[in-house]
Design a protein around this ligand. Structure first.
Ligand code: UDP
Length: 260
């Protein structure tokens, strides 16, 4: 088999050159990292679950007219995506106070915010992804004012859609992180949602029990990370009840557009 060229390797994903120009293959690894890689473990099967959950979310977003980089899932761990120029920002939307807003501003964990808050962080591991304002973003040229407007309106639409999607399966979307990119086509550029949306990049709390169903299980050493991710997938209807996700036993497809 022809060896694929690796374009980029991050903490939880690898990007390979795609089969056609302008495409890439996004590969989900089993690596779990936190605190800027100071905590690192392999969680067997996490990549498979994140691939499926993110596919589900991006497919739905594409269907409601939110532009994303997602084209289709290729296999258990990989998806075909459009090549974009990543904007070096982590865009966080918060609905309920948790995580860094609690430590930074003294908000009480679990407080419903009176309005959703959008925050920007500069993607830079050496600097530990510092929070930045629109002033920094435009002054340093990471994005232009119209691009920031596009990003903010997409972020709000995505948040509204995801809040509804998760609440209908008994999960509260506390906060989540997005990345955006510039997609160039026919001399046109448009801002599209990139990267992934999965329990690695969201805080998800069970509506009834307040149980954490996201990466905080790993960050806070609560245990049961894979089981929680599997439960998110099951509730979203992307995995059957006892579908295996660990190595050697490929998950059975419930439904796909291209394979049935
Ligand atoms: N987040 C992420 N990657 C990061 C930092 C944050 O996916 O590098 C997500 C995190 O999972 C949470 C949201 O962004 O859902 C807000 O994170 P926060 O600023 O509270 O930071 P944390 O406490 O997670 O370090």
């Amino acid at each position: 088999m022809k060896r694929r060229r690796r374009v980029y390797e991050g903490k939880a994903k690898i990007l390979y050159e795609g089969p056609e120009p302008g495409t890439l293959v996004q590969h989900f690894k089993d690596d779990a990292t936190a605190f800027n890689k100071r905590k690192h473990e392999i969680v067997d099967g996490k990549g498979v679950l994140n691939n499926r959950i993110s596919e589900h979310i991006f497919t739905n977003l594409n269907e409601i007219g939110i532009p994303t980089h997602f084209l289709r899932r290729l296999n258990m761990r990989e998806q075909l995506i459009k090549e974009v120029e990543i904007i070096p920002l982590e865009v966080v939307v918060r609905n309920i106070a948790a995580g860094s807003i609690v430590t930074r501003l003294g908000a009480e964990e679990g407080t419903q915010l009176s309005r959703s808050i959008i925050e920007f962080y500069y993607k830079n591991d050496e600097l530990d992804d510092p929070i930045v304002s629109e002033e920094h973003i435009t002054a340093f040229g990471w994005a232009t004012p119209p691009e920031i407007d596009d990003i903010m309106s997409l972020a709000i639409r995505i948040n509204d859609f995801l809040c509804g999607m998760f609440i209908s399966v008994g999960i509260r979307l506390v906060d989540f992180k997005m990345e955006f990119g510039r997609h160039y086509e026919d001399d046109m550029m448009r801002i599209v949602l990139a990267d992934e949306i999965s329990p690695d990049s969201c805080r998800l709390w069970d509506t009834k029990t307040n149980d954490k169903m996201d990466k905080d299980r790993f960050r806070q050493e609560l245990g049961g990370m894979l089981e929680a991710y599997r439960e998110v997938a099951r509730r979203l209807g992307v995995l059957t009840e006892n579908e295996p996700v660990t190595k050697g036993t490929g998950p059975v497809l419930v439904k796909t557009e291209s394979e049935d």
